[in-house]
Design a protein around this ligand. Structure first.
Ligand code: SF4
Length: 375
């Protein structure tokens, strides 16, 4: 089963209402982080490096509801940390479901089976299981052996109990496309509703800084993964998947997936922390949005193609024009579009006999940055 029609309709009508009212900036998915604590210590994660007194903090259910009500996004994603370590996570989820929010509870699944009796199946609730590839790659990414098998058992148990289940996968430059394609097959065989994929973002605080994807590598990897899709269902906008393959241009929408956590509303986005606001309106009003996104030239944004910045852009693009809608329908009906061939990566000689790839992002006449593979 793909995303329920009711969820698609809710999002579509929400976007249309905002556009008809001329609202320029509106959120689509609230990233609600009720804690930073985790029972894993993944090398690529920038969320668990806070001091112990911060890691001990939990957002109260009331604080979560206040943030959700103020922001108004139709979808709430609950990452962390590991949300199942929050002592009142069942109360928080029940309150969001009662508000008819579509909730994605992101979990590494280590505690999922034992936590299931605390939740009720609902079309509004989906468990989004962290799966970073096949067994070997996943266990390596989360720095603990055996986690892949625990997660697979938890997926089976959660589906059997009648819940919606999706997976979320972050890919790094060590990803082997053929093994990842086999992994997608395996997840679909398990019966998950859909998969979410994204390139990793180089968090300043993440212990492993070596293996994050740069833009050109991202495009090459995702094109080799997705150009000949099999029976896969992605819980994502078709235009975002086209963007990851360098076939569709998008600019970041950092306010589209705002983040609320134990510090408040994070400026400017889920990935970069440059201060906090007390209210969502203050975040909208006081953030200098033109300083972010690839075209801004901000070095923190140059390699970012992450779902939290670009998925809202893809959704908005779908509804913004007949061309965007047509492209979306075309991809849904006939699969990925054919994209222009990727150029060979020119090698630039450097002293000492080694070589490095030439950059594929260049500055255009108006000073904005563009991805050469789209030209
Ligand atoms: S491009 Fe990425 S890092 Fe920059 S504002 Fe957007 S989501 Fe954040």
């Amino acid at each position: 089963m793909a995303v329920p029609m009711s969820q698609m309709f809710t999002v579509a009508s929400y976007v249309m209402r905002k556009r008809l009212r001329g609202v320029k900036r509106y959120p689509l998915v609230l990233m609600l982080e009720p804690l930073f604590r985790c029972n894993l210590a993944c090398a690529g994660c920038g969320k668990i490096q806070f001091p112990a007194e911060i890691l001990r903090k939990n957002l109260s259910p009331e604080a979560c509801f206040k943030a959700v009500d103020e922001c108004g996004a139709p979808i709430v994603s609950i990452p962390g940390g590991e949300p199942l370590l929050h002592p009142q996570i069942d109360e928080i989820v029940a309150g969001l479901v009662a508000r008819k929010k579509y909730v994605y509870l992101c979990t590494n699944a280590l505690k999922l089976e034992e936590a299931l009796p605390r939740f009720k199946p609902s079309k509004y609730l989906s468990f989004s299981i962290h799966m970073d590839g096949p067994r070997e790659e996943h266990d390596h990414a989360v720095c603990r052996e055996g986690t892949f098998d625990i997660a697979v058992d938890a997926i089976k148990a959660t589906l059997k109990a009648g819940f919606r289940v999706t997976t979320n996968t972050t890919l790094f430059d060590t990803a082997d496309p053929e093994r990842i394609r086999g992994f997608f097959d395996e997840m679909m065989r398990l019966g998950v509703e859909g998969m979410m994929i994204s390139p990793g973002y180089s968090y300043e605080k993440a212990p492993d800084q070596e293996h994050f994807l740069r833009r050109e590598k991202t495009v090459r990897l995702f094109r080799s993964l997705l150009e000949k899709p099999r029976q896969w269902v992605f819980n994502q906008s078709p235009l975002f998947l086209e963007f990851l393959q360098g076939k569709y241009q998008l600019e970041c929408t950092p306010w589209g997936n705002p983040t609320y956590n134990v510090f408040g509303w994070q400026k400017p986005c889920y990935l970069v922390g440059e201060g906090y606001c007390e209210t969502f309106q203050e975040l909208l009003d006081t953030t200098q949005w033109s300083n972010y996104g690839c075209a801004s030239g901000n070095p923190k944004c140059q390699d970012c193609m992450v779902h939290s910045g670009y998925e809202p852009s893809a959704v908005t693009s779908t509804f913004a024009s007949a061309a965007g809608m047509w492209r979306t329908v075309r991809v849904m009906l006939f699969g990925p579009t054919r994209g222009k061939p990727l150029p060979q990566i020119a090698q630039t000689r450097v002293s000492g006999g080694s070589s490095v790839p030439a950059p594929l992002v260049r500055k255009s006449a108006d000073g904005s940055l563009e991805l050469v593979v789209n030209k």
